[in-house]
Structure formats: structure tokens, C-alpha cells
Design a protein around this ligand. Structure first.
Ligand SMILES: Nc1ncnc2c1ncn2[C@@H]1O[C@H](COP(=O)(O)OP(=O)(O)OP(=O)(O)O)[C@@H](O)[C@H]1O
Ligand SMILES: [Mg+2]
Length: 210
């Protein structure tokens, strides 16, 4: 079973809706352990994504995702813009020239996106960042795909793993980004980036469920 381009475009629109809906929530999380701009950053970035989307919808899925990445990099300063920008640019490389995506494509995209973020941000699991949601999600997707499950079931597994990974950031001591300056005081708060990462994957799932 393959996922068609119009569903990919719908996924990106869902991400923008989700970031707008969770703007205040993400900003509150970032106020506790950062500088209180994560929701504002993500919403601003995805507004730019939506603004530019009509210029690429007729192109291949790779070009569409590369445009998402470039829009986020251009519109969002700070840590999250370039990191998510890299994530979607890597999606775009895997999806280059494609008009539909298979489970194998999604599996490679989630792995390549994660590697891009880790390369750029130098974070590993356990440091209270978006990697804590994205790595278990990529792994869970790969396991489900190896069992020949449909994309819907693979994304369900990935989102469940991202949710668990996000929740696991609460007791962690931050080792990256602004939150790490807080030291022990970063403990007891959910990481904003891990939270938005779950939302990104959940937006993709939502389209497959509809
Ligand atoms: N080196 C890193 N690798 C992966 N993710 C990171 C890294 N640094 C920060 N993050 C993620 O970015 C989120 C903060 O994003 P935000 O949009 O608030 O940018 P920012 O204010 O510039 O970030 P920060 O204050 O963490 O430097 C964090 O919750 C964390 O998940
Ligand atoms: Mg911030």
C-alpha cells in the first residue's frame, strides 16, 4: 500500500494546524526550561510552509518536503528551525522524484531525518531533546514495517513510541540547548522539542486515519 502525494500535502497542512493549535502549550513548556519561544517558532515556521506550499504542490514529493525544510530554516531562528529544517530536507532527499511513498520510503525518511538532526545538533537519546521522541519513533516504524504492516499501523506504532519518548524527557537532565544551562532545574519538565516532534508525526498519522 502506498501513500499518494495529495495525502502528503494534507499531512503538511495538518502539521501547520497542529502547531497553530499548540502554539501556547509549546511556548509554556519552553518557558519552564528555555526562553519561551518554541510554540511561536514552530507556528511561524509552518505559516511560512503553508505560504510557499502552493508553489510546489505540482512537483514531486521530494521537492515538496525540501520546500518545507527550506521554509523552516528561513523563517525560524534558534535551535529548532535548522534542526527541523534538516529533518524535512532529509525527507526530501529520500522522496526525490516520487509521486507516492511506500512503507520502505517512510522508514528511510524517518531514519535519514533523525540522522540529520543528530549530525547537526550532536544530541543522543537521553539528553532531553527532540531526539528522545524521534529516535524511538523511527525504530518503532522500522519494526512495524519489517512485519509488513500497513502505513497506518506503522505510523500508529511510531506515534505511540514518540509519545513514550516525549514523556520520558520529564525526569531527564537537559544536556543540550538552552535548557542545559538550568542543570538540575531542568528535571521535572517535558521537553518542548520532543513534544512538537510527537505532534509532527501525529499529524502524519491523522491523515492516514481519515
Ligand atoms: N542540539 C540539539 N539537538 C536536538 N534538539 C535540540 C538541540 N538543542 C535544542 N534542541 C531542541 O530544541 C528545542 C527548543 O527549540 P526552540 O524553538 O525553543 O529554539 P531555541 O529557543 O533556540 O532553543 P534552545 O533554547 O534549546 O537553544 C528543545 O526543546 C530541544 O528539543
Ligand atoms: Mg526556545
Amino acid at each position: 500500500m502506498k501513500v499518494a502525494k495529495d495525502q502528503i500535502v494534507a499531512m503538511i497542512k495538518e502539521m501547520a494546524i497542529s502547531m497553530a493549535e499548540n502554539k501556547i502549550f509549546l511556548t509554556e513548556l519552553d518557558s519552564a526550561i528555555g526562553d519561551g519561544d518554541h510554540g511561536i517558532n514552530m507556528d511561524r515556521g509552518f505559516r511560512k510552509v503553508l505560504e510557499r506550499l502552493p508553489t510546489v504542490v505540482d512537483k514531486d514529493i521530494g521537492s515538496i518536503f525540501k520546500n518545507v525544510g527550506m521554509s523552516l530554516i528561513s523563517a525560524v531562528g534558534g535551535a529548532a528551525g535548522p534542526l527541523y529544517g534538516t529533518y524535512f530536507m532529509e525527507f526530501g532527499k529520500v522522496a526525490e522524484g516520487k509521486e507516492e511513498l511506500s512503507n520502505g520510503d517512510f522508514k528511510m525518511m524517518l531514519a535519514a531525518g533523525l540522522e540529520g538532526i543528530k549530525r547537526r545538533g550532536k544530541a543522543v537519546v537521553g539528553e532531553k531533546t527532540m531526539v528522545d521522541a524521534l529516535e524511538p519513533a523511527a525504530e518503532a516504524f522500522a519494526v512495524a514495517a519489517a512485519e509488513d504492516k500497513a502505513p497506518l499501523a506503522c505510523f500508529q506504532a511510531a506515534v505511540a513510541a514518540a509519545k513514550k519518548g516525549k514523556e520520558a524527557t520529564i525526569p531527564m537532565l537537559a544536556k543540550k540547548g538552552r535548557a542545559h544551562y538550568l542543570g538540575e532545574r531542568s528535571i521535572g519538565h517535558q521537553d518542548p522539542g520532543a513534544t512538537s516532534s510527537e505532534l509532527v508525526l501525529r499529524s502524519m498519522l491523522k491523515v492516514l486515519e481519515s
